[in-house]
Design a protein around this ligand. Sequence first.
Ligand code: ZN
Length: 167
Amino acid sequence: MKFIADVMLGSLAKRLRLLGSDVLYDRTLNDNEIIRLSLEQDRVILTRDTGLAARPLAANHLFINCDGALAQVQQVLSAFPASSQPLTRCSECNVPLACLEKRDARDLVPPHVYEAHDEFLQCASCGRIYWKGSHVKRMTMPAGVKQNSRSARTGPAVQKTNENKIR
Ligand SMILES: [Zn+2]
């Protein structure tokens, strides 16, 4: 199930992405563009806007009537129970995460995290690293790594290796 969230639902969009849902969220989209993308890409519109929800072409929508993001997530998951696959998608970029070999994560996560976890995932777009813990956690690559152009080139190379493994 794919979604498109209106401008009021940015934090819901991020939480749904952490649960694996493909959620398009762009603050610059107006109602007409949201409806067009929903139809073109077969996305359910998530909205708190009664005006948008009332539009005939926006019939494929879920009206979010809860205030808190957690309650909103619950509302979406009750309406679409199959839409949760935790930790498969970057919460910032909406890009599917790729496996990161544990040894490749060694220098990119804090030592206690490296010791405690065996499964790491990385966003190919922004480089954020994700791992499964008692809570869903995430971190960016250390600033020094990001700014170093030599290391920056290592990023895509790691990604390519992982893609090859998946294939
Ligand atoms: Zn990302």
